[in-house]
Ligand binder design. Sequence first.
Ligand code: SAM
Length: 213
Amino acid sequence: MDYEVLRKRMVEEQLSRRGIKDQRVLDAFRKVERHKFVPKDFESTAYSDFPITIGEGQTISQPYIVALMTECLRLTGREKVLEIGTGSGYQTAILAELAKDVYSIERFRSLSSNAKATLHELGYNNIILKVRDGTLGWKEKSPFDRIIITAASPRVPLPLAEQLKPNAKLILPLGEKFSQVLTIFENIDNKLDSRQICSCVFVPLIGKYAYQQ
Ligand code: SAM
């Protein structure tokens, strides 16, 4: 199977045509080998327009939603980014293509180790992973220019709001367990201004400052 052709088609049909415009984001999606981040049995569907199961009851999100969240962050290459929900590591790799440093937290050790192996194989050296409850953030590495939460939360976890730099952005699927609104926040004068992007459905963020087990 020619994965490069499938990647180009994915970018054209699923991203450009639906309004993703940032050339750096589109280039990152053309480059990152999504099929390396899914279980072997699902490799042939890695570039399709739907989420794919990655183990532990979790999923790698649909390419379009990963691109939309990434574009909303308006990365220039200089940022320190915190990601909550490493999952397969695919979104982590996209962020690493577009920002200076990426810190990513996952609650399942098995997912984090698989992601670590894939990201190492692909040669990324600007990513640090950690296993813990991501709703607590990563105080020692804070403050961050951008925070991306790739699981659904009923609120912005307080420690994460506190770990944002002035004028920094945070994006998350905000809402109930089975239906959310993708929402972006900007830290202006120590207050979070919000803007709603679109409705979405993510797996829940399970932790001290989000949903309980
Ligand atoms: N971005 C990932 C990718 O590209 O594969 C997909 C992430 S998946 C939709 C959401 C992830 O968030 C899951 O792997 C889940 O285990 C993780 N998660 C849920 N609650 C968490 C928490 N409190 N801390 C860290 N990770 C969490």
